[in-house]
Design a binder for this molecule. Sequence first.
Ligand SMILES: [Zn+2]
Length: 351
Amino acid sequence: MVAETHLPSVMVLSHVVDVHCHPTDSPISSKMMEDVHIRVCAMSTRASDQPLVRELTQSYPDKVIPCFGYHPWLSHWIATKAITSKEDHYRSLLVDQSKPDHIAAFEKLLPYLPDPSPLSEVIASLREDLTGFPHAMLGEVGLDRSARIPYSPPSPPPYVLHDPEKKDLSPFTIPLEHQVAVLEAQLELAVELCRNASIHSVKAQQATVGLLDRMLKKHGEAWTRISVDMHSCGLSAETWKDIERKHVNAFLSLSTVINSRSPAHKSLIAACSPSRILAESDYNDIRRCTSQTWDMVKAIADIKRWTVEETWEDTPPENKDEWGVVRRLEENWNVFQKGGHTMARKLPKQQ
Ligand SMILES: [Zn+2]
């Protein structure tokens, strides 16, 4: 069992932002939302999730920052080429003819898979959602080489109630090139509409770095106008330092639910510039987003040797070195949200 987290006052919490979570995965009541005193960036992952994030934002505009996007785990549901039939789409995407076990596994998997959607339609509806909410972000999008496709039908929302506890996994993963194509199309839209993005990256360091570099090269200043948050990523500290140096618009957010499984998250936090770090829960239940984010805020404070605010002073200490973790993370969030980074932005000295 997880120990109860001691939370600070509502005044302090009102300055905390959970930069990545999935509240629409679970049932949400108005009582649950009344108890939320932080702001949350609510991600969407698939077509049926986008309207849920829209509705949550319309009901709680002061607490919810909407994020629209298509998750890499479900990117096989999207077709980047013309669709001749459902079977053709999935067969050409997934089956490796040199692997004998693929043939029978594909026959078993196919009935569980939904009709694919053309990428052009996905992007068109994403455009509608993003333009409908001027402060909306792109998310959750990304790359994941470790995810395997389960033998189970797509769950209806709220997803956690319908997801099987133990998923029976097929041998199929989604080819990286396909994931890159789906991610790149979504990022192109984010650049065009000048929207920040929340990016997932698991076992795909090189491809992630390559894509970010390509976006910078192709779009130049238009790329640095948006901010990108590498969320709960599996990057090494060295790879992160490299991204941070090359991309003035890149931020890092970690969660205890994902990252504390590996001790590497501490070196990642230590390596991250104090001005590029954010906190998140990545939680799928709004009742736990606050405590999970707060745990990460405290972990960051611990590693960075920053104080943790117990009460809130409206006037910050003149000397920034005396700022507590909440004020620092709030400032980072404000810089992230504002975007418009200039190429010449220098990193402050490591603290
Ligand atoms: Zn997530």
